[in-house]
Design a protein around this ligand. Structure first.
Ligand code: C2O
Ligand code: CU
Length: 470
């Protein structure tokens, strides 16, 4: 009954033409090479009578092209650096070979200006992922170096449209140009950079056309540096079908709000139950001033079908290794620092410094009392391949931190002592101020894996460490 036209047309296109030329925004295919060029470009970010904005984007676009492969496939991505500073690409959420993880000084040397690097990727999991720069991240991600990476299920659930919405925010001046205040100490010591302009797929979207009784799979990705989204679909009841790429039992979001901190993804099933001609807002109420992200605008055409679809699709599990909690090794990880924190001091380059001296050195954060450096981080813990670990994460600061582990997904067990429903598999978990969160995972991917706050201003000023899996 329901079709998945985007996927159909994509598959057809890859047979008849080189993937790169086939469908704009739909690159890639099994065993094919995709070229991704990081460069400057002028784009109509704000639109409506404003000047165009200079961004840094993959292939000069923001967000970058969607890289799309089917689970089990392999893609080779040739990254060209046409910026005037080094860069790398990290494949966020993909449990891939450590050598392809894109962390400078840890898994590769950064790609110098004018150079190339070939990433070969075989994602084990179907789901919604993304890619982004991992060098000078505050500025490089902040100026637009990110894009979606979609791994299709071999037999994807049937929907009318399968859509990616990359949410992002920008700090723009009156001429719609990006304000060059990346890594400002004020942002670094508070909640990271929060912009003044929110975009969906690199544009200010006011209206989004839908049809009555249409069923959408909406893949939301938060690519912003510091902004958290809390979205409510007025008069609609989106269902969550996956988080951070991994399927969850289909359920309604708590409070009917989708909360996405930086780097997080949610796959929603949205049944468009309005009548032709109606409009409904999607409202973001994460901060004091709620605003309308966009409006769903029902086309005045005949409904897609006479009644909304009822059957709930089930995404196939990606079969991750289940943590064995009876045999788990328990580790504590505490996150401290920032404005209004209680950090007395921390070790930085082998020396204990009080917090005033740390701030003078531009360092604001520590993990287990150690300030992480951007290169040459000493692993916080060495994990044994195949063992289960429970991480007891404590946010001792006054700011939220979306904490991300590379190369693995973990199950979210509990928050402040309360068990979490469905124990979702995540690669990024939001720690609200003072939160205590327990996660569990099997260390099943050998290598050096970063574990850091995904607010780049926090990462750059100390909130980063490494787990070594051997
Ligand atoms: Cu998406 Cu190390 O990050
Ligand atoms: Cu943080």
């Amino acid at each position: 009954m329901l079709e998945n036209p985007s996927r159909r047309s994509f598959l057809k296109a890859t047979v008849t033409a080189p993937a790169v030329l086939a469908v704009p925004g739909m690159l890639a295919a099994e065993e094919e090479t995709v070229i991704l060029t990081a460069r400057r470009q002028i784009v109509p970010l704000v639109g409506q009578g404003y000047p165009e904005t200079e961004i840094w984007g993959y292939d000069g676009r923001v967000p970058g092209p969607i890289i799309r492969i089917t689970r089990g496939g392999t893609v080779r991505v040739q990254v060209r650096n046409e910026l005037d500073q080094p860069t790398t690409v990290h494949w966020h959420g993909l449990r891939i070979d450590n050598k392809m993880d894109g962390v400078p000084g840890l898994t590769q040397t950064a790609i110098a200006p004018g150079e190339d690097f070939a990433y070969r990727i075989t994602p084990p999991d179907a789901g919604t992922f993304w890619y982004h720069s991992h060098v000078n991240s505050s500025e490089q991600i902040g100026r637009g170096l990110h894009g979606a990476l979609i791994v299709d299920e071999i037999d994807p659930p049937r929907v009318d449209r399968d859509l990616v919405w990359i949410l992002d925010d920008w700090l723009l001046n009156r001429d719609a140009q990006i304000v060059n205040s990346f890594d400002h100490p004020r942002d670094a010591s508070h909640g990271g950079q929060i912009g003044n302009t929110v975009t969906v797929n690199g544009r200010i979207l006011r209206d989004f056309a839908v049809r009555t009784n249409e069923r959408l799979r909406l893949r939301l990705i938060n690519a912003a540096n510091g902004r958290i989204f809390r979205l409510k679909f007025v008069e609609h009841a989106p269902l969550i079908i996956a988080l951070d790429g991994q399927p969850v039992p289909v359920h309604e979001p708590e409070d009917s709000s989708i909360v996405l901190a930086p780097a997080m993804r949610a796959d929603l099933l949205l049944d468009c139950t309005g009548a032709p001609g109606q409009r409904f807002s999607i409202v973001d109420s994460a901060y004091r001033q709620p605003y309308e992200l966009l409006q769903l605008v029902y086309q005045t055409r005949e409904p897609v079908r006479s009644k909304p679809a009822i059957a709930l699709p089930r995404l196939p599990s990606n079969d991750l290794h289940q943590p064995d909690l009876t045999q788990a090794v328990h580790l504590n990880v505490s996150f401290g620092g920032g404005m209004h924190g209680q950090l007395a001091g921390a070790r930085y380059r082998g020396q204990w410094l009080d917090v005033r001296r740390l701030f003078q050195q531009g360092k604001m954060w520590a993990i287990n009392g150690v300030v992480g450096e951007s290169e040459g981080i000493v692993p916080l813990y060495t994990l044994r391949l195949g063992r289960t670990y429970v991480l007891h994460l404590t946010n001792k600061s006054a700011w939220p931190h979306p904490v991300h582990l590379h190369g693995h997904h973990f199950r979210l067990l509990s928050r402040n002592g309360d068990p979490v429903a469905y124990r979702p598999w995540l690669d990024t978990v939001l720690l609200e101020p003072r939160d205590k969160v327990d996660v569990a995972f099997v260390a099943d991917n050998p290598g050096h894996w970063m574990f850091h706050c995904h607010i780049p201003e926090h990462m750059a000023t100390g909130m980063a460490t490494v787990f070594r899996v051997v």
